[in-house]
Design a protein around this ligand. Structure first.
Ligand code: AMP
Length: 218
């Protein structure tokens, strides 16, 4: 099974993916996590990737597609995968279709999360991440039991360098321009499943994941 998570930054893709990973027993591949790992390395490639992340811009398609292709060839994703943050452009979506068809696979479901902009901004600047198990917390809505410490593995939480009010504006603009057109791309295949994640209706990541499970089991 191949599930794609679409949605602007801060809509809950990572949190919903983590819940689905447990429920479906398949791998969770976050392109952002892959790039953050590279960008912390002292190498030309690490520095190149870091320059895009720092600006809130997309890493070029060619490099992104190459890295995801390598990851999708690994053993743990053969049973199924939740793709969190990939594809983000039409060229990436087409490359993914080609990669999957080479092994007789296809995209099964595209979950498209949306949230009001003010909620996105509030969530992003209060977001805290575990560097080890990648769990996502929030200093307001989803506090860890002990301040600054991951509930799951005890590591010290950190704030992403691109989780600032200024950078998130750029990331939202990039999303609208480069990634939002993918809604049409997947709508045409009948795979698109849109969910509004908002405090207004009490539909947060947990409820969104439940909706996805209901859809998959229908
Ligand atoms: P994320 O953790 O998904 O918010 O991604 C963090 C950053 O990694 C983005 O702002 C981009 O710079 C880069 N990135 C992640 N996924 C992609 C992708 N599919 N294509 C290009 N750049 C990406």
């Amino acid at each position: 099974m191949v599930v794609i998570m679409l949605g602007a930054p801060g809509t809950g893709k990572g949190t919903v993916s983590a819940i689905l990973k447990e429920k479906l027993g398949i791998a969770h591949v976050s392109s952002g996590d892959i790039f953050r790992k590279y960008s912390s390395e002292d190498s030309d490639l690490g520095r190149e990737i870091n320059s895009y992340l720092q600006k809130g811009k997309l890493v070029p398609d060619e490099l992104t597609i190459k890295m995801i292709k390598e990851r999708l060839n690994e053993k743990d994703v053969q049973k199924g995968v939740i793709l969190d943050g990939f594809p983000r452009t039409e060229a990436q979506a087409q490359a993914l279709d080609n990669m999957l068809s080479e092994t007789g696979k296809k995209v099964d479901l595209v979950v498209d999360l949306d949230s009001p902009k003010q909620e996105i901004l509030d969530r992003i600047v209060t977001r805290r991440i575990c560097p080890d198990c990648k769990a996502v917390f929030n200093t307001k809505l989803n506090k860890p039991k002990v301040e600054g410490i991951c509930d799951n593995c005890g590591a010290k939480l950190y704030q992403r360098e691109d989780d600032t009010a200024e950078k998130v504006e750029t990331r939202i603009e990039v999303y609208k321009k480069e990634t939002a057109p993918l809604e049409k791309y997947y709508e045409n295949t009948g795979k698109l499943f849109q969910i509004e994640v908002t405090e207004k209706t009490g539909t947060m990541a947990k409820e969104a994941a439940e909706k996805v499970m209901t859809k998959i089991n229908a």
